[in-house]
Structure formats: structure tokens, C-alpha cells
Design a protein around this ligand. Sequence first.
Ligand SMILES: [Fe+2]
Ligand SMILES: [Fe+2]
Ligand SMILES: [Fe+2]
Length: 431
Amino acid sequence: MDIQISRAELVRTLAATQDLVCPVVAGHGKRVAIFSSLIAEALGYTTKERERLMLAAELHDIGCFTLSITEMKDLHAFDVLAPEKHCAVGYILLSQSALFKDITNTILHHHVHWDATKGFDIEGNPIPLDAYIIHLADRIDISITNKHQILTEMKRIIKTITELSGTLFCPKVVRAFEDASARDAFWLHGVHSEYSTVGLQDTGEMLSTPQLLELVDILTLAIDYKSRFTSTHSSGVAASAVELGKLAGFKDTLHLQLAGQLHDLGKLIVPNEILEKNGPLTDEERAVIETHPFYTFSMLNQAKGLRDIARTASFHQDKLNGRGYPFRPVPEEYDIPARILAISDIFTALTEDRPYRAGLDESSVLGIMRKMTDELHLDPAIFALVESNYNHLNAVRHAAQIEAGNRYEEFWRETAAIMEHIHPVHRPPDN
Ligand SMILES: [Fe+2]
Ligand SMILES: [Fe+2]
Ligand SMILES: [Fe+2]
């Protein structure tokens, strides 16, 4: 199946993951993109340069999915104590696709203080001006309380920022901010971003299949690396779904591959404190987890090119007997790809090793799945394929998860190395 999706649509899906991860600052990326673009206009940026800057601004906090709630709260303080982790994670994550090669350095340095860097990183390479613009725009957004009309709040914010010119902020960027922010419209564009005409435009540029795979890969890493408990799960589900698809006679399995990779996208809304809880979940915590297929659907369905995948991916907690959650599709809606995906999810969950227990053996897995099939939870014809191809299917799943596990270890090794190389932020001496 040829999946037609524009670059802008998938970038928007990527950017929207930040709102799932941190709903209290929903829309932050878009507002930072608008403020950045208006400051860049005052700096004389060309349209093309502003497009590059807005892309970086939309995605600047993409690394936040690895943070705990406490670490996330730190980012909402005006002077962030430990920004390095989300900057390094965002940098490595976006380095997975050539589409982002012009913005990765900006993402890495979007919290550096001007007086600690004076425009150069720790190895003496220039830090992009874009990074200093985003840093300032980011702090504008964090300073807006929404308790008062923005046109009364703006004076206080302008004062705070101009006082920090030459220490926290790059003086050249502060001067451009002063020019741009003198117009009330600067503030109104940002605060009412849903009505603003400033922002990333959809040029209609379509993604090639390799580009699509690169971007979906980035989303998959964000889903799986949120917690070490789930660090290879989507890779296992995707590999199982593709293999079951082939056994069921599908010639093209790209759809199943992508649905497998993306099925737990909505889990980004579940705090790690719940995902990794050691002990039984409360009703409230279970209810939060049970929302996740809904968010998978809503996020993917926003992109026209991903609507079929949204359906296949988000029915994975539903059942053939209509007793699953949250959609309860009628059997005609619950098509073969969705049934394959649901079985792949359960098969992977039972067979994979988790940090707190080893994967189950063949007879236990088949015993559990047979019972589910007898209750018409699972599709009998697809379960029969699992039963008669168990060893092959499990070997394919296992190999995919071993590979994903090695990549996970490498990702964190690289992140640790890069965190040491980000220029330290300025700290006034204690007195
Ligand atoms: Fe940030
Ligand atoms: Fe931010
Ligand atoms: Fe799930």
C-alpha cells in the first residue's frame, strides 16, 4: 500500500507528542515558534531561515518524554536547573532523520546561557543564533501566567528579559525582541496562536517511503524509550504483525509495520510513575492507562495520510466479543489488520522479557491465548496462525527486540556522552 503523507503533517504529529507528554503547557511548541519567528523577522531572517527556525522551535522540547514529572516541573521555572537531558535526547532523536540535519544543533543548545557560551560551544564551534532565539522565546512563554490580559502582563515580561541581556540572553536577540515586542500584535499572535497567521506552512511536500519510515522510527523511539519497561515493545509488536500479515497472505505489510510501531503512541500521556509502578494500580491509575488507545487514535487521525493506520493501531485493546476498550468496534469495523495487531500486542506482551519477569514459555503463552480465543476475545483464524507457526513467529519477534534493545543501550550511552559536552549554564556565585 502506498502511504501518502506530507512532511508537514508528520512533523505536526511529532510536535503534538510534546503536548501529550506535558499537557499543562499544551501548545508551547507552537507559541515558541511564533515568538521566535517574529524575533527573527526583526533580525532580518529570510523566509527560508524563519522556516528552519520555526521547525526547530516546534520540536525543541521533543526530548521531554524521558523526564519524570519532577524533572518536567523544573523546565517551567524561569531559571532551569538541569535542562541537559531533554536537550541531548532531543538532539539524538532528531539526528535519526536527515530531514532535521539543519536543526539538531539548535535543539541541543536551546537552553545555553549567553554569558556561559558567548556564541560558542564547549569545543569552540559556533552555536546557531537560532538556539539563542528559541531560548528567549521559550522563556517568554514560560513567563506568561494567563492570570491577566497579556497586554498588561507584557510590560513585566519585557522588563525581566531586557534586564537579563548579556547574561542569560544574547544581547543581539534581546534587541530584536525589544523591536518586535513593541507591537501588541507580537503578544497576541503568541497567546492566541490558534488564530495566528504566523507558523509553519504546509508546502504539500510529500514524504518518500524511506523518509516516512525515518520519521515513524523517531516516534517509535519516543514511545518505547519513555520507560525502560517498554523499551523494545513496539519493535516486537511491529515484527510480529508483519510476520502474521505475511502468514495471512498480505503481500504488502507496510501498513502493519507502521501500525505496530505506533500502536502505543497514546501511552505518552501516561506518567512514568504509573507505567513503572511497583505494585497494584489504583482504579484511577488504571483509568489513565486505559485512555491510551484513544490518544493513539486522536493523534494519528489528525494526519490525513495516517487515518487507516490510526484505526488499525488503536483497536489493540478491543476484543472481537465487544468487551474490550475504549472503542468497542462492531466486527465489520474490526478488520483483519486490526485483529492481527491486537494478537501481535498480546503475543509480544506475553513472550517478551520485562525488567521484573522473564517472558513466558510456549505452553503458557498458547494456553492463555487459546483461552482468550475460546472467549472470542481473539480472532480464531489468526490465533491458529500463531499456534502453527509459534517458533518462527517467536524467533522473528525475539530478534527484533534484541536489535531494539541494543539500540536502546547505545542511545543512552550516546546521550550520557553528549550531556557531558553541552556547555554548562551560567550560575551566579553563591554569596
Ligand atoms: Fe526546553
Ligand atoms: Fe520549551
Ligand atoms: Fe497498548
